[in-house]
Ligand binder design. Sequence first.
Ligand SMILES: [Zn+2]
Length: 283
Amino acid sequence: MIIRVRHVAAACVLGAALTACGAPDAPTAARPAPSSASSAPADSSRPPTLTPGAGGLTPVFTNGPRTGDKTVALTFDADMTADEGPRAAAGERFDNPELISTLRTLKVPATVFMTGRWAEEYPAEARSIGADRNFEIANHSYSHYAFTGDCYGLPRVAADGMKNDVERAYTAFRKAGIAHPMPYFRFPGGCYDRQVLKTLAPTGVTAVQWDVVSGDAFATDSDAVARQVMEGVKPGSVVVMHCTRSAAPATERAVRAIVPELRAKGYRFVKVSQLIGAAAARH
Ligand SMILES: [Zn+2]
């Protein structure tokens, strides 16, 4: 697992320019109830979240229930690092409109973990993704800097700036016109520790990791990416991929292969919120 996480993290670092999506709602509005799993079916307008861990730590979600429906969530990290503006200005594309278009054509629900910097660079795309009921936008930080030390060489967010970095992404989402960002947060590089989970607790987010690494970062062989996904997916899986042409050029082709194959195996694509809701409902 560590190796898999590192693999993705390394990709995130190198591909700091990856695009992402975001949502503007204040995460605190979706803080889970203090009881157990808080799918909160009584309030369908509120996204499901997990109950904080012992000591009020930010809960961490990795995958949905392994039994029951054969569901799988494709997630796309829209990475762009705070210092990559000059690269974008020079023509590097951190977005991937073709990928979004393919997901729409294939009618695949998906969750996009967007950095605030990405939303600033591509506000029209961010708004369009956010307005599409097939998609949901979650938080991948504003800066795409690391929340722990030793995280693939990423610059590190200061301890007293972490909460602000998460909230600044929601502010960027709001400015881009994203109406309903999800209270979910994916750590840049997937790097976190207990202290960080404590620090972010006041934001009310549920941290979202993954159990299947697609290996799409910097991949040029879409067949290899598709194979890795097909070998890794189980019921309830969360697959991590990227939404950026410059750092994940084979992803759109891989998705075109993965979607029909998984459907042929009986899988149904869902958003992360649906897996979290299913997990919460089992408690
Ligand atoms: Zn990332």
